[in-house]
Design a protein around this ligand. Structure first.
Ligand code: B12
Ligand code: SF4
Ligand code: SF4
Length: 356
């Protein structure tokens, strides 16, 4: 375990904690907690187990920087404390209702508004600037993409616990928190970690359309629709195509069935308001997108990063599952697409629709 470095500013104590918490709230964060920049060896062991089993699929970047991910001081040796922050994106309406509208595409709640990376990052930077000015501390801010174990840190900082679906669940915000962190040289006394409140519930495990949970708390990402639609390049394996239904970007099923969501109030972040065009888009219109049309429709949205080809591949799987005869010529038209993966998915869809 790395040694504790000497903090730059010592000891700011409770006043600093209260001030940081107040500033984070003022900036719009819904959850704030503090923890030492040190994770138990169990986090590394679990990550190693996940990687050794190949459950990360093609996300090689998870393996490449495992030591930095599993231990904050592996990434930044000077880090003393971590401020863990949560921003709610709890939907105002049932996120699973769209699954019954087979001629429409289901885009995960988190991706229907502005890209959360931008929204969270700008607030983290504002908090970081304020902390640097106020306390003269050094700091670094992260959201999602850095090698940081965001969920174990958030649990340790008391924001919630890693539920059986493996995401962080909060007693106040349910499964709907985005996470971000400030690593700092400031010594801040830690909050008590949150304990597990899943009890005997198994809702999320039962709800998964692709049986992606080999055991409670363990996710085989290769089977997860979120991975298949966002991270996975190439053809989607046959066994997952029908269970995908009309999910074309991400998946909310295991999050949405969590009983702790009933305590969550709908978020009030204007940036996360669903864009009208992304709440229930018509598959026929999405299938017609070329590169320029795709970039224009998804400007400022996280969907943009998967590119037109991967996106239209997903749309073709949803079309094949739609049983909508009007989508047959749409699929047929894409069987000659210059992208071979799109063309193959379109042939599959056209055949399914013919059989239907
Ligand atoms: C890789 C990744 C993915 C992958 C893999 C998901 C996964 N569960 O790891 C894929 C693409 C599938 C994915 C999907 C989603 N993701 Co994602 N993802 C990440 C990322 C970048 C890294 C996560 C990671 O380290 N995974 C590696 C595995 C090994 O870690 P783990 O889940 O913690 O697994 C541990 C448990 O299995 C645990 N374990 C094993 N046995 C036991 C036993 C007990 C008792 C316990 C407690 C734990 C435990 O040990 C493992 C290793 O630590 C994080 C951001 C970050 N930097 O942390 C976002 C992040 C986890 N994702 C997020 C979101 C929102 C999603 C989606 C909901 C998006 C969507 N709607 O489609 C889905 C949810 C799918 C799911 N059920 O997890 C949010 C989650 C917020 C939250 N409240 O937790 C994060 C934190 C991004 C953010 N900054 O907000 N994601
Ligand atoms: S996001 Fe969907 S596919 Fe992935 S584990 Fe949850 S329910 Fe299963
Ligand atoms: S649905 Fe149930 S088992 Fe899954 S995370 Fe929520 S409380 Fe835990």
């Amino acid at each position: 375990m790395p040694e504790t470095p000497t903090p730059a500013a010592f000891p700011p104590g409770e006043t600093a904690r209260a001030a940081i918490r107040a500033e984070a709230r003022r900036l719009g964060f819904d959850a704030v907690g503090f923890t030492e920049a040190l994770l138990p060896d169990a986090v590394r062991a679990r990550l190693d187990g996940f990687l050794a089993a190949g459950m990360h699929g093609s996300m090689g970047w998870l393996a490449e920087r495992a030591a930095q991910r599993a231990q904050p001081r592996g990434l930044w040796p000077e880090a003393v404390s971590v401020v863990s922050l949560g921003l709610s994106y709890a939907p105002g309406e049932d996120p699973l209702a769209i699954l019954a509208r087979r001629d429409r595409g289901a885009i995960s709640v988190y991706a229907q508004g502005r890209d959360y990376h931008d929204v969270v990052k700008s607030r983290l930077k504002a908090l970081g600037r304020w902390m640097a000015q106020r306390f003269g501390a050094e700091l670094k801010v992260f959201v999602d993409t850095a090698p940081v174990a965001e969920k174990p840190l958030a649990q340790q900082a008391g924001l919630g616990w890693q539920g059986k679906h493996s995401n962080l669940v909060s007693r106040r915000h349910g499964s709907w928190l985005f996470l971000g962190e400030v690593y700092t040289t400031l010594a801040l006394s830690p909050d008590p970690p949150e304990r597990d409140h899943c009890g005997s519930c198994r809702n999320c495990l039962a709800a998964c359309p692709t049986n992606a949970f080999p055991a409670p708390y363990r996710l085989d990402a290769r089977r997860c629709i979120s991975y298949l639609t966002i991270e996975h390049r190439g053809p989607i394996p046959e066994e997952f195509r029908a269970p995908m239904g009309n999910r074309i970007y991400g998946c909310d099923d295991c999050l949405a069935v969590c009983p702790w969501n009933k305590f969550a109030r709908a978020h009030s972040e204007p940036g996360f308001a669903p864009r009208a065009a992304l709440a229930a888009p018509k598959l026929a219109e999405l299938a017609a997108l070329d590169d320029a049309g795709f970039r224009a429709l998804f400007s400022g949205s996280p969907v943009k990063r998967i590119g037109r080809d991967r996106f239209v591949r997903n749309v073709m799987i949803a079309a094949g599952n739609s049983a909508d005869p009007a989508l047959r010529p749409v699929a047929q038209a894409l069987t000659e697409d210059p992208d071979p993966v799109v063309a193959e998915a379109a042939r599959w869809a056209a055949l399914r629709l013919e059989e239907a």
